[in-house]
Write a protein that binds this ligand. Structure first.
Ligand code: IDP
Ligand code: MG
Length: 140
């Protein structure tokens, strides 16, 4: 059963109807969707999730983007789930994300919001510490 990680389909992914396709890829990787719920992220949750980015130029836009519409919040489990899911997600910038990755394959033509935030479909915890911090923000 291995690790657990926090995974989220961001507002752009939900709005474009990509939840099924994205979760099919997650399961195709041998990972398990333990929990899944469609939610509206509150400003408080967004601030907590992105606390490590506080002070960066894109931070205000990031809070606005992630609270701009519904997301699908998930707990994903499996062997090496954190690194495995990050690999499946691809690079932060979809324009450089590799073929075969979620961000690379499913990106739209314009990957930048009006305020400069990168729209990249998905979030995944980047370390065991991040996963332990992020899961309880969305799952009590
Ligand atoms: P990650 O999502 O690949 O872990 P992070 O560096 O943790 O990337 O950044 C969090 C989110 O903030 C990214 O997914 C993206 O939406 C946005 N972001 C990151 N870097 C930039 C940037 O340089 N400009 C605009 N938005 C950014
Ligand atoms: Mg990150």
């Amino acid at each position: 059963m291995g690790e657990k990680t926090y995974f989220m389909i961001k507002p752009d992914g939900v709005a474009r109807g990509l939840e099924k396709e994205i979760l099919k890829r997650v399961e195709g990787r041998g990972l398990r969707v333990e929990e899944k719920k469609r939610i509206q992220v509150s400003v408080a949750q967004a601030a907590e999730l992105y606390e490590p980015h506080l002070g960066k130029p894109f931070y205000p836009g990031l809070l606005k983007f992630i609270t701009s519409g519904p997301v699908t919040a998930c707990i994903i489990s499996g062997d090496n789930a954190i690194a495995s899911l990050r690999e499946l997600m691809g690079a932060t910038d979809p324009l450089v994300a590799a073929k075969g990755t979620i961000r690379g394959d499913l990106r739209e033509t314009n990957v930048i919001n009006e305020d400069g935030t990168i729209k990249n479909l998905v979030h995944g915890s980047d370390s065991p510490e991040s996963a332990a911090r992020e899961i309880p923000i969305f799952f009590k």
